[in-house]
Design a protein around this ligand. Sequence first.
Ligand code: ADE
Ligand code: ZN
Length: 349
Amino acid sequence: MHELSRIIRGMPKSELHLHLEGSIEPELTFRLAERNKVRIPFESVEQLRQAYAFADLQSFLKVYYAGTSVLLKAEDFYDMTRAYLERVALDNVIHTEVFLGPQAHLDRGIAIEAIFEGVIAALDEWGPKLGMSTALLLILQRHQGEEAGTAAYDRAMRYRERIAALGIGGIERGHPPANFARLFARARAEGLHLLAHAGEEGPAEYVAQAVDILGVDRVDHGVRCEEDPALVRRLAEHGIPLTVCPLSNVKLGGVARIEDHNFKRLLDAGVKVTMNSDDPSYFGGYMTDNYLATAEGLGLTVADLHRVAANGFEAAFVPEADRRRMLAALDRFWVAEGLPLPAGATPRS
Ligand code: ADE
Ligand code: ZN
């Protein structure tokens, strides 16, 4: 495990499924609450952290949306984004794609400018400073419906040039991807990449809808696809990536223990599985923590680690030259560590 742990810590990584609002550590929550004179129903950082125990997605989302109450001004969104980037730089993340969900903030009366301009300023300043490329992903709350989502989309499109993709998250059960068919068709016509949380708590059918009806480029989570073996084969054949978040799935009860996770089964079935942290402050782990827990719990091999990290670069929304550069950085790390490049991996110098 020692060698694996060194490889995991050091290897260049991407993160493709991260909610900025799920990265606010309790210390920052308290600092922003004080700065903005917002009352929060917790006495201390420790007490707030102890409240992070969830039965399921719905009970988590309640705490998660309440946690955004301290974000009022552009500088708050900036501080949140900067703190996340600084933290994942320590995990050797060289490319990250971050979800921003404006509806929770717009509904609290926050100006669209504060939300987007704070986040974009931090991405543009701290990405380069930390040697990291970044992409911004717009995410809508599916439980609020397509009409409300379209209204938020329209307002967010003011920042179209900086937004790489449209996704949906929020309460999954009872809110199938098909509900967003019209908006996704429009977003595709407008040149956005498409994503959907599906098969986290919802059935394999929702994963199929995300692929067949919405035409997504990647499925967020997607782990319940396993209940439909023909769908698993289709995902593998078409190279449709899943942004899997193992510690999130444990925390929200999708699986009882990391040892029960289907991450390796899906990988072995040829699905383009990637590693991600989802809401790291709430789920107790950033990128390295997710890799370590999964590698230990499921016995990932050195070759598996290379595959997963390479999948993360192959699934990223980046120009091809950047993709090649990131894959080459991964291979260089492998060679520098004296590790064998997996058979079939072409040297990318
Ligand atoms: N929003 C933030 N985290 C989420 C998750 N794990 N599933 C759905 N929506 C989310
Ligand atoms: Zn998510």
